[in-house]
Design a protein around this ligand. Structure first.
Ligand SMILES: [Zn+2]
Length: 199
């Protein structure tokens, strides 16, 4: 970086922590923000401040929400008897884009990675079991990523919920094995949901 003055270097350091943004992009964005309309930069800063202050995990499903329950949990037209278990709120957005799933969700907050010391207590399994115990749930759809860790996470959830009387299903394969569901297009995700099988 050519400019090592405090504020600009700090902005570039923060920008380069974002996914997909390396030092060169961080430099380009910071100069764009400085050189352009200062009002646009202020609006970006304000948008960041507002999400940091207002957006929280939904107390029911751990999706992001600004209110109490998230818009999906609040929506009485959704089938609360079907819970699709995903790793992150981003995965919810992917399934919502398919437009074909009418149930609700549960965000685990990641996936099990025992080798990295990321165990079940770091995820929202307890809250999921609680939702099932409360009753009214007919099906749990495990929609973790098609990776070894994602599969291990799904297996842990199915063992946890075994004996609860709830049908436990898993997305059909055919999804690309890779790092995340975001590699699948909406139709592939819709097909994986339609072709889900009982564990
Ligand atoms: Zn919710």
């Amino acid at each position: 970086m050519t400019n090592d003055q405090g504020a600009i270097a700090n902005l570039q350091a923060e920008l380069s922590k974002l996914p997909g943004i390396g030092p060169k992009s961080a430099e380009r964005i910071s100069h764009y923000l400085l050189g352009g309309d200062r009002k646009a930069a202020a609006e970006l800063a304000n948008a960041l401040r507002v999400v940091v202050e207002k957006v929280r995990p939904c107390p029911e499903c751990f999706n992001w929400t600004e209110g109490d329950l998230c818009p999906i949990c609040r929506d009485h037209r959704r089938d609360a008897g079907s819970i699709c278990v995903v790793e992150t709120p981003r995965d919810i957005a992917l399934f919502e884009r398919t437009g074909s799933y009418r149930g609700v969700y549960h965000v685990l907050g990641g996936r099990l990675a025992p080798l990295d010391g990321f165990g079940p207590d770091r995820l929202t399994f307890a809250a999921l079991a609680q939702r099932v115990r409360r009753g009214g749930v007919k099906e749990i759809i495990l929609a973790t990523s098609p990776t070894m860790e994602g599969d291990g996470t799904a297996l842990y959830a199915s063992n946890l919920l075994a004996g609860s009387g709830v049908a436990i299903t898993k997305l059909a394969r055919g999804l690309p094995s890779g790092s995340s569901l975001e590699l699948a297009n909406p139709q592939m995700l819709a097909d994986a949901m339609d072709g889900r099988r009982t564990l």
